[in-house]
Design a protein around this ligand. Sequence first.
Ligand code: XMP
Length: 512
Amino acid sequence: MDLEKILILDFGGQYSKLIARRTRECGVFSEILSYTSSPERIREKGFKAIILSGGPSSVYEENAPKCDKGIFEMGLPVLGICYGAQLMANTLGGYVAGSGSPEYGSTNVEVDKSSILFSSSNIGNVTETWMSHVDYIKDLPAGFRVTAKTSSCPVAAMEDAGKMLYAVQFHPEVTNTVNGMDIIKSFLFDVCKFKGDWKMSSFIDDAVAKIKEKAGDGKALCALSGGVDSSVAALLVQKAIGDRLTCVFVDHGLLRKNEGDEVEAIFSKFGLNLIRVNAGERFLAKLKDVEDPEQKRKIIGSEFIAVFEEEAKKLGNIDYLVQGTIYPDVIESGAGSSAMIKSHHNVGGLPEHMDFKGLIEPLRELFKDEVRRVGLDLGLPENLVMRQPFPGPGLGVRIIGKITAEKVAILQDADAIFRQEIAAAGLDKEISQYFAALTDMRSVGVMGDFRTYHYTVGLRAVITSDFMTAEWARIPHEVLAKTSNRIVNEVQGINRVVYDITTKPPATVEWL
Ligand code: XMP
């Protein structure tokens, strides 16, 4: 059975990935391609329908991203969203005007219930939508009719139902559009007639079948970090080729407290062919006296590769390298004039020059939350699947100044206490990332009858959706008090605890 899929043609909008996720939530597989994609390519890839994303441009700008007009003549259903709606109007002979009354935020839209898009019984005559536009469609292209309007936007939606061309000025993909999912479903199921039978469980069976086909009777190697992507990728490949997969877990000694043992224990349960390399001392030796953060990152990254290569050499005769590349790493960006494909650079990423027949990247089509769902379906424990991000260079970028075994141990203990207390307070799902960082500053304290001269540890906890900007978490004072109390009492070497109340920007999430 051929996979039914919809194309999200990306014009650089901030919500393109969200649109793709929404259709997948409806059981319709989606892919994002640059707006430069030709009708031939779209046909070749077998898409059944197209959604034009929003974008920051104005159709009249000199270098505005425009798609091939032929896309509207392929006989496929098309839904234009925001900029995509304006582009549809502009391309097909309508008129888009600038500087009308801009609309931002929640806006009530009056809809024509006779339009198939708004036919769901959940939608009333007026529905709340999320708008974000300056330009607006003033005149319709021939053959179109208006199907929604607001007090300041004469064409909040339009359609030429005969040609299956639909457009909405608002964003149905964001949750602020109250009936957004109803509208998306009407497009997918009533207009496009998708079956909606794409499921994560069918993803696992398909992925395993594809890996089997690609790997044949070859052998594969995977660098396992204990992070969700590499873990899920490894388990999928193991399902396909069993013992012909070897995983190498390079423990650089800069993991969180007990993390190395936990990772090993989880994967030994799965019977994974796992080689753990305890390289802590080797990394510390390379890092001796290094203070510069970027230098630390480089050393950890290149040492990681060196260790991994040595292991690969010992194994010999490996055909494929398994990588946990996920969809956001490979999406063609619609922004800019040429399609840019990002490559996957995990820190402690893998040698590009290694001699493999090819790569196996079973997660290339999945978003992070989808990878998590697959991980749970495969039986990985929730604490691994849902775990907060942890930088590849580990505690190496959480120790300011020189890194020593003693400092690593101090930080591991303090960090473990902070994580325990956050979890005990039930805040672990709310806070995006939380950890301790060890400063290079010592100060005077008093313990019993003794004067101490010990380190200060910093606690960091942030709330963010994309890690590009972040707000510091308003952790209740009692939780901070308990954490601080436990750290100074239980961790030898720390006599002062501070809480970082800086947003990103100007600070970063990590202290280094
Ligand atoms: P910053 O500190 O740049 O962090 O605000 C944003 C996110 O990226 C993570 N991070 C890293 N991840 N290698 C990684 O794999 C690194 O060198 C690295 N530096 C920062 C950080 O933990 C946060 O989630």
